[in-house]
Design a protein around this ligand. Sequence first.
Ligand code: ARE
Ligand code: CA
Length: 462
Amino acid sequence: FYDPNCNGKQVMVHLFEWKWTDIAAECERYLAGAGFCGVQVSPPMEHVILPENNYPWWQRYQPVSYKLYSRSGSEAEFIDMVHRCNSVGVRIYVDAVVNHMTGTGRSGIADGGSSYNANGDARDFPGVPYSAEHFTPRDQCPSGDGNVNDYSNPSNVRNCYLVGLTDLYGKLDYVREKVAGYFNQLIQIGVAGIRIDAAKHMWPEDISATLSRLTDLPTDQGFPAGSKFYVFQEVIDQNDGAIKVDEYYNTGYVTEFRYCSKIAWGIKDYGQLSNLIDYGWGMARSDRAFIFTDNHDNQRGHGGGGNVITHESPRDYKQAVAYTLAQDYGFTRIMSSYYFTNTDQGPPSNGGYSTADVIINGDGSCGGGWVEFRNAVVGTSMENYWNNGNAVAFSRGNKGFFAMAKQGSMSESLQTGLPAGSYCNIIDDCASSIQVGADGTAQISINNYEEPILAVCAGGCG
Ligand code: ARE
Ligand code: CA
């Protein structure tokens, strides 16, 4: 569960709410050439549709069945996307919502044609099928109203209903079989891995028993024989509750939300960048940490938002994403979604429920140089670390060198760890360069307020 199955590449992009047809085109047009490992896609299973809330993005976190029919497209479009992306070496990772089905009190017929009824005591999801006995019994949940409300108690977190979402009883073989069946269906199509949504609300042994039922990845989609599904689990551990990320190491990577706070802090105060990965905080070890500057929840103030840097402060955001990709901790994900003014707002639409096509502008670019830098320096550690509170620099073994200046300018002679020679800056498409002398030092000068960053690789990054 630890290998993302993309030949050692290092960066995934979340194309939040994108349609399958647009993602397929993006793999071919841009992501393959830029060195992306793969794409996290929005939940592909059949979900509730909520016109009364203006079709919010979060309707896709309320499953109705495991039929591949969603706001992003049909099963045929999903399969076509996976195959086209695989054939250019870009993998697809599915956001898997399997802790729960819809919210209580909801009923109707979803777009894929399946009915559902979670009114009162009913728990009918004939599209799977699940019925009342497949949901966590009320006496297993120690909260007064049946909902999660005490993060200091694991039984409360895992057996009660997260924001009123009908909680699947993962102890049952039947539930494990159905969830594993969904995953095996994805595997057969050629999906390379999953994010397990709300993994914190599932017992680690239930996740483990479910994953033990999975088949290997299909060789006809370009996976070496014996390849396993990549798994990263959404566990929000900010030292604020009983549940710790390390309980989930046996079944894959874990989201490290403390990194979001740390990088935000570091960009505000460069002095703090030296101390970003703090095991005293209990942060996940590097070969289990799944990291990001922000995610689809915290950029909207859902899921413990607040002290994170987002696209709303573009200059800080560039620095945060650049530093995240340049440093050596964890597996990285970057975020790509749509502009919003309201935290519940769904994606751009053609009116009502239908999602609009993504329009690609002339330059079409987003951080390709970064992805190439991270791939080029994989396996090296940070060395020659230098930080004066206003600027920061480090080398990645003898393969790369990175510098960044908070106020947009710096001029300093620094050890780069690189062999002597001339190296061009990938950030300005090689308009500038640095000259490394025989002793490994170079004069590092940055003078650009909007793009205060420099990165070079031995032998080129791409
Ligand atoms: C919606 C409505 C609710 C309604 C519910 C059921 O907003 O009012 O009761 O439907 O009808 C997303 C949205 C929710 C939405 C849900 C279902 O964010 O608003 O509910 O979809 O449509 C905790 C969990 C963590 C979770 C965050 C949001 O631990 O797993 O809360 N994140 C994932 C996804 C979300 C998604 C879900 C889970 C549900 O990424 O996008 O919800 O599938 C501390 C704790 C954290 C806690 C956090 C926030 O930091 O340590 O554990 O995160 O507070 O409470
Ligand atoms: Ca649960």
